[in-house]
Design a protein around this ligand. Structure first.
Ligand SMILES: Nc1ncnc2c1ncn2[C@@H]1O[C@H](COP(=O)(O)OP(=O)(O)O)[C@@H](O)[C@H]1O
Ligand SMILES: [Mg+2]
Length: 222
């Protein structure tokens, strides 16, 4: 059963200008519920653009994104925001954390847009911190953490709204091989809990641990 489909997706940056650039060219992709998918490809091939379109962070120039058999309508701002915030959990390339805030405050950020009470927010944040194995660090300033710990915070933050899909852009790009392997084990365990996981990676040893690997070359799936 499909959870997320791309139909004939093209993304052109700066369309109509002299610096127009086709980042994705007529991409079709069908992601099954519960899949653990790796997207590989050289730098500049369009991996991040693809992930951003999957997560509703960017709009395609043409084509359709279909989530649970429903087309995403980019004109429905509220629905799009709720897709981005609740259905999908995004783990960003550079962690995207607020370094001066505590771990638990970072994990609470996606909940600030819900009508969750402060007590409930803290409870939810602690639950996901426990799930990623760093609940003991909840009150630490994020700047004081190691790279692997920061990546766990980013994953906890992506999980706090209990999304169906985790999208991770080079989640191990800044980590040593042992820590990378631990982060992938964590993503595997989330996949075993039923989450659909899509990761962009340069690392073939990581890609091998996924159910399926797709390769992007110049904006097209090989
Ligand atoms: N906001 C943007 N404006 C213009 N060009 C962009 C933008 N983002 C990415 N690009 C270009 O689109 C292509 C694909 O980029 P990206 O998706 O980031 O690739 P990857 O993640 O595989 O390195 C690259 O040529 C990049 O320079
Ligand atoms: Mg990228």
């Amino acid at each position: 059963m499909s959870i997320l489909q791309l139909q004939n997706i093209t993304k052109i940056y700066n369309q109509g200008k002299s610096n127009a650039l086709t980042a994705l060219n007529e991409i079709d992709l069908d992601i099954k519920k519960g899949e653990f998918l790796a997207i590989v490809g050289e730098s500049g091939s369009g991996k991040s653009t693809l992930l951003h379109i999957l997560g509703g962070l960017d709009t395609p120039t043409s084509g359709e994104v279909i989530y649970n058999d429903k087309k995403i309508k980019y004109t429905n701002i509220n629905r799009l925001a709720s897709y981005r915030n609740s259905e999908v959990g995004f783990v960003l390339q550079d962690f995207g954390l607020l370094l001066r805030e505590t771990v638990i405050e970072n994990v609470c950020v996606p909940l600030l847009f819900s009508n969750c009470s402060f007590t409930k927010m803290k409870q939810k944040a602690l639950n996901v911190l426990k799930l990623v194995g760093i609940d003991d660090l909840a009150k630490r300033k994020t700047a004081q953490l190691s790279g692997g710990q920061k990546q766990r915070v980013a994953i906890a933050r992506a999980l706090v709204n209990d999304p169906d899909i985790i999208l991770a852009d080079e989640p191990t790009g800044a980590l040593d091989s042992k820590t990378s392997s631990e982060i992938i084990s964590l993503l595997e365990s989330l996949n075993n809990l039923g989450k659909t996981v899509v990761i962009v990676t340069h690392d073939l040893s990581i890609a091998k641990r996924c159910n399926r690997v797709i390769k992007i070359v110049d904006g097209e799936i090989l």
